[in-house]
Design a protein around this ligand. Structure first.
Ligand code: LMR
Length: 352
């Protein structure tokens, strides 16, 4: 009898607890906040896009444009999360990150692909392109296609090229007008043999440093100078530790826009098409606006009056070209005659 009483007490306590807990769970569910970000979450596709420059630059703004277009064209199914300023990965580890699928997209400067794909050096030849139209002819023509095909066989797929502008030279020591003014100066450069060769020919030395370490190395005078587009010089405040700038337009800074291949192949045809459309529109937008973004930054830089700006004259430019001619000879066996012939053809077509 005592046992039956204990068992009954047990069952009743259990039932009461279950009812109470059940009641409680209900109350939790009815007060749960509605969050539209959670809707269809398992169908949402996230593209993590890492890059090293500021948001307000040709690359930063083209990436932002791309993100908006992708979201629009896929009705919110695909979202692009952008990580600028090397907050996620920098020059030294972004290739591994995309190769391993730790991010889906990166857009390194073309120079930064040359250690893996030496023929990419062709795009960083000094004075390769007389105008931006000449760059477009290379990026969107035979040269661009050949270079992107080199990525076949890796887990990274080339999507397109993005535009920034021509590079200018800054330094802390003296105005640079003649090739001899480079003598014994030390420059930060992007990792690319063709760029190092350029400084070699000018009797200057180089250190290859990641973009996000450049400001600090200028500040502590580890390097005397660097070369970059005005938009990068302005947005990263390199001018704070550089007294002289030469508007040399001596080489072009553009980007290979890359996506993780496994991720790309996992997308439906429909999603791939929308991303391709968004990429084409964003690329055209970037091409149209990159020059004016750099123009705006040079106006701002002039207003600051902290850096002495020299625009290379035609005669000076010819001297630089002559001094740098041997770079072409050195690079031809690496790049091959076909790509070099295409460079010469473009130079002729767009000569001014
Ligand atoms: C640099 O390293 O100087 C540039 O490539 C940065 C960039 O991505 O524009």
């Amino acid at each position: 009898m005592r046992n039956i009483f204990i068992i009954l007490t047990f069952i009743i306590t259990g039932l009461v607890s279950a009812v109470m807990i059940g009641f409680d769970m209900d109350s939790i569910q009815t007060t749960k906040d509605y969050d539209d970000e959670q809707e269809g979450l398992d169908e949402q596709i996230i593209i993590r896009f890492s890059h090293v420059v500021a948001k307000n630059t040709p690359k930063g703004r083209t990436a932002q444009r791309f993100a908006e277009l992708v979201e629009d064209k896929t009705n919110g199914k695909v979202k692009v999360h952008i990580f600028p300023n090397a907050t996620l990965y920098n020059d030294t580890n972004e290739w591994e990150a995309i190769q391993n699928g730790n991010v889906e997209m990166i857009a390194p400067a073309t120079a930064k692909l040359t250690d893996r794909f030496p023929t990419w050096q062709v795009l960083d030849l000094p004075f390769a392109f007389p105008t931006q139209q000449a760059v477009v002819a290379a990026y969107e023509g035979e040269i661009g296609q050949t270079l992107m095909e080199e990525l076949n066989g890796t887990n990274v797929k080339g999507m397109t090229f993005w535009y920034n502008n021509f590079k200018q030279i800054t330094n802390q020591t003296r105005p640079i007008l003649q090739p001899s003014d480079f003598n014994r100066l030390h420059f930060r450069v992007m990792p690319s043999p063709v760029i190092e060769e350029q400084y070699d020919q000018l009797n200057a030395s180089t250190s290859t440093l990641p973009f996000n370490k450049t400001y600090r190395n200028l500040e502590v005078n580890f390097v005397d100078g660097q070369e970059n587009t005005v938009s990068n010089i302005y947005t990263k405040k390199f001018y704070q530790h550089q007294k002289y700038m030469t508007i040399s337009n001596h080489a072009y800074l553009g980007y290979g826009v890359l996506i993780n291949r496994e991720f790309w192949d996992s997308l439906s045809n429909e999603v791939q098409l929308s991303i391709k459309d968004a990429m084409q529109e964003a690329t055209e937008w970037g091409r149209r606006h990159s020059i004016e973004m750099n123009d705006k930054d040079i106006r701002e830089l002039k207003l600051l009056k902290t850096i002495d700006i020299h625009i290379l004259s035609t005669e000076e430019r010819d001297q630089w070209k002559k001094a740098l001619k041997p770079v072409y000879e050195k690079i031809t066996p690496i790049v091959g005659n076909n790509l070099m012939d295409e460079i010469y053809r473009i130079q002729e077509e767009y000569a001014y």
